[in-house]
Design a protein around this ligand. Structure first.
Ligand SMILES: [Zn+2]
Length: 266
């Protein structure tokens, strides 16, 4: 599932490739991807518009077409975008004025496309917590101090802190040497500061390396991200811990798999 670094990678490439391009036509083979308005209104609404701005809110791409018209793309589990030639696997295709197309790819058809007046009014956007890359240390501390939830589960709760998913949440806890099962409010001031710092540094590192292609994620040119081989715990069950060389363990927390080192992560 694309997390903040993967969506930010796509956003940066979209800025270069589609800003000021006009959408001259639109085709959809899986209409259920369009959540609002109706499929015909969506189509009518995007054709003829020019891309003014490409932004991101947590894991959502928000494309401004007019002051009061935004195209919102939520890639969810397996969505990705491919710019260039039309791809036969595309679930939706935006035809652009430069003769190229933006393919919306999604093998599982679980993504969401919306056209709305203002993305800030969407309920699920209103509910998003502060972004993981921007949250201040004091705000982060406030978040943990009153909560008994397991720290790993808390980091994935998008209403508290947005943008982190299952890959980078495992990585930051490993790098901070914090056991994922600890109660959030049991972290010391020092651990909280360390964890906050690692969240920011790993997201920046992942953006620099264009994200992790652990599943279907690809960048806008269809290439894999470079972060995957830099991951220290994600998907490394039974492999040697980078710190102590003992085998990593995998447990389930809040319904998600989690690799960690029981020896190093206290
Ligand atoms: Zn270890």
């Amino acid at each position: 599932m694309p997390e903040l670094p993967e969506v930010e990678t796509i956003r940066r490439e979209l800025v270069r490739k589609i800003t000021n391009k006009k959408i001259v036509n639109f085709k959809i083979t899986k209409p259920k991807l369009i959540k609002e308005p109706s499929v015909s209104e969506f189509k009518k609404g995007v054709i003829g518009e020019r891309v003014k701005e490409v932004s991101r809110k947590a894991k959502l791409l928000t494309i401004k077409l007019k002051e009061d018209k935004f195209l919102i793309i939520h890639l969810k589990i397996a969505g990705w975008l491919l710019y260039g030639e039309e791809d036969p696997r595309a679930r939706a295709v935006f035809y652009l004025s430069d003769g190229k197309v933006l393919n919306y790819m999604d093998s599982r058809v679980l993504g969401e496309l919306r056209l709305c007046k203002n993305y800030k009014d969407l309920n699920f956007i209103k509910k998003l917590g502060p972004e993981a890359l921007d949250i201040s240390l004091s705000k982060f501390r406030e978040l943990l101090i009153s909560r008994k939830a397991k720290i790993k589960v808390l980091l994935l709760d998008q209403t508290l802190i947005s943008g982190l998913g299952n890959i980078y949440a495992q990585e930051v806890l490993f790098l901070s040497k914090i056991n994922p099962q600890r109660a959030a409010n049991s972290l010391s001031q020092k651990e909280t500061r360390l964890l906050h710092g690692k969240i920011v540094s790993i997201l920046k590192e992942a953006i620099k390396h264009k994200g992790s292609s652990v599943d279907t994620y690809r960048d806008l040119g269809g290439d894999r991200g470079g972060m995957e081989k830099r991951l220290k715990v994600y998907g490394r069950k039974d492999k040697k811990c980078y710190f102590c060389k003992r085998p990593l363990k995998k447990i389930s927390l809040g319904g998600r798999g989690n690799c960690f080192c029981p020896h190093c992560q206290k």
